[in-house]
Design a protein around this ligand. Structure first.
Ligand SMILES: [Cu+2]
Length: 332
């Protein structure tokens, strides 16, 4: 048997203890440093796009701060006690059992923390849920009627005015239908785009979120969290962007084979630019529809002219989206 001399054993255990203490301290400092601004939005929700996202982020950081204090306090006391009152040879610790005042104290203390967090949360929820009015120099919008939603009430801005866009999730693309106030005929009242949602700045955007086929989830992290897109229901969320920019997101519900390709982009431009964009989009869609109609008529004529060909030719099967994520197909 190779036994270590007693003195050597105690020295090596002291070294081990020191290494442990130092490692723990370093880890703790590292965690605390990373939790803050050192790596923004790695530990906390993304924000900076819209007021609701900012409020979610603030609330998250408040609760995280309290949680870190509680965690460090509890774990610190635990580790301190483990080291300080560890088993020693021939030492008998004080034989105590229970401490009523201490036990009532930490029960009340924990309840107090929970009550404060609940009050702060409920105070901040309306600002997250209810959209504000658009700015004075925002895009001029209509009063939006409430639609039937999955939940009983979906708040609109106080003055009822917002740019209300329908978001439709379908395997594997997002379609956005914009209201087009200057439409001449009912069937051409809508302007639609795919993948990229273009919106005016300084304007409250309300989204009616639907799904065509299976459940999807609308998620642009910096614009206020995510919302399920469920077939047969209309869900609701909102955002309001102050400065032009681009925000990226991704379908957040596994919806099938190409789920990973179901990305979404929100591009915010000034209200004037948006008005132009909307008009251009409308023209583009109208022209595209007319071209498709002309092509169909021509194909039908050709098929009729050709002797003995009663089977429709391949190109006469109606308009098909010419390019993968065509922006120009008409919204249903
Ligand atoms: Cu999806």
């Amino acid at each position: 048997m190779n036994r270590m001399p007693a003195a050597l054993a105690s020295a090596s255990s002291r070294t081990r203890r020191r290494v442990f203490t130092l490692t723990f301290a370093a880890a703790l400092v590292g965690v605390l440093a990373l939790a803050g601004g050192a790596s923004a939005d790695l530990w906390t929700p993304e924000s900076g796009g819209s007021a609701n996202a900012d409020s979610i982020d603030t609330l998250y950081k408040l609760i995280l701060g309290v949680a870190v204090v509680v965690f460090v306090g509890v774990e610190g006391a635990l580790l301190y006690s483990l080291v300080k009152f560890r088993l020693r040879k021939d030492a008998v610790p004080a034989q105590i059992r229970g401490n009523t005042r201490l036990e009532i104290g930490w029960t009340l203390g924990a309840s107090f923390v929970l009550v404060i967090l609940a009050i702060v949360t409920f105070a901040m929820l309306p600002g997250i849920r209810t959209p504000p009015n658009s700015d004075r120099d925002g895009f001029v919008t209509d009063v939006v009627e409430n639609v039937k939603n999955a939940s009983a009430y979906q708040p609109r801005p106080p003055n009822g005015r917002s740019l209300n866009i329908k978001v439709n999730g379908q395997r594997y693309v997002w379609r956005y239908t914009y209201p087009y106030p200057k439409a001449d005929t009912p069937e051409h009242q809508k302007v639609a785009s795919y993948v990229e949602l273009v919106v005016p700045t300084k304007t409250t955007i309300t989204l009616d979120i639907e799904a065509q086929d299976v459940a999807h989830s609308w998620w642009i992290p910096a614009l206020g969290g995510k919302m399920d897109a469920v077939p047969g229901h209309t869900n609701f969320t909102w955002f309001k962007i102050d400065k032009p920019g681009t925000w990226r997101g991704q379908c957040a519900e596994l919806c099938g084979r190409n789920h990973a390709d179901m990305v979404a982009t929100v591009r915010a431009i000034s209200p004037d630019e948006f008005e132009t964009w909307l008009a251009d989009k409308k023209t583009e869609i109208d022209e595209s529809n007319q071209a498709a109609l002309a092509r169909r008529t021509e194909d039908a004529k050709e098929a009729g002219d050709a002797p003995g060909s009663d089977a429709p030719s391949e190109s006469s099967e109606g308009p098909t989206p010419s390019s993968g994520s065509s922006d120009t197909s008409e919204a249903p």
